[in-house]
Design a protein. Sequence first.
Length: 315
Amino acid sequence: MSYKDSSLKVFTLNSNPRLAEEIAANIGVELGRCSVTKFSDGEIQINIEESIRGCDVYVVQSTCEPGNQHIMELLIMIDALKRASAQSINIVMPYYGYARQDRKARAREPITAKLVADLLQTAGATRVITLDLHAPQIQGFFNIPVDQLVGVPILSSYWSKKGLEDIVVVSPDHGGVTRARQLADRLKAPIAIIDKRRPRPNVAEVMNIVGRIEGKTAILIDDIIDTAGTITLGANALIENGATEVYACCTHPVLSGPAIERIEESSIKELVVTNSIPLQDKKHIDKITQLSVAPLISEAIIRVHERLSVSILFD
C-alpha cells in the first residue's frame, strides 16, 4: 500500500539502511534516491538524485560507530536538502551519539551532546525524532522540536509474550530506576537496584543489591549497553545473591570492545535489544534477540507529517 501524500520523502544514509527500508515500507513510500561516496582523500560527497523541492524530508541516520563519519554524512545531507529547497528537514536519529557527554563532570570538559545539537541546527535541521536519549535534558539543547520515543513498550511486549514467572525488574544503577519502574509497571513486577561504584569510564564495580531477588527471575534493563561491563557484572551478582535466572534488555546495543565476549561468558540467559543500531555479523550470537523499532518510528513520522499528536507513542 502506498502512502497518499507524495510530499513525504524518506532518505537513508550509511548507518542503518535496513531500518530505513523497514520504516519506508511501513509508511508505504519508496526510499528516496541519493548516493553517498568518498573522494580519494576520504572527503564525503552526497548527491540527491530526485527533486525534493517543497517536500517534508525524513533522514534516517543513527550516529553509531563510526560515529564521526555518520555525523558528518548527516550534516552534509542536511545542507544538500536545504539547498535543494526542502520544505522541512526532519532527522530520524534512533541512536543519538555523544549523548553520554551531556554535562561537565570535571573541569575543562566539553559538553559534546550540546555541540552535536548545535551542529544539526546550524546545518538546517527543523526537527529531530529520536529514541531513548541517554540524558532526557538533551531535548533542551535544541531550539527545534525534539520527539523522544521510548523503547520500553517494545521490550515489555516481548517479555510479556515470553511468559516468565516470578519476575523482578532490576536497574543496573541508580540512574536507570525510572526506566526499570516503567518496565516493572507494565509487567506488574517489583524492582531492585544494583548499587555500584564506577572508578573510571567503562569500568564498573558492583557494591550491593537493593531489593528482594532471591528465588526470582531477574530482568536487567538499561538504555545503552556499550562494553557490557555493568550489565554482566550485575547479572553475575544477581545469580550470586540468589536469582534463579537473569535476562537483560536495552534499547541501544553499542556492544563495543569486549562486549560480546563478556555477554557470552556471563550469567545472562538472553539479551534483548532493538535495531536502533545495526548488529554486525560477529555480534549475531545465540544469546542476543533483536526487535525492530521500525513500526514505532514509522508511526511517529506519519503523525508528525499529518500534524497529529505524537505523545500517544510515548506511552
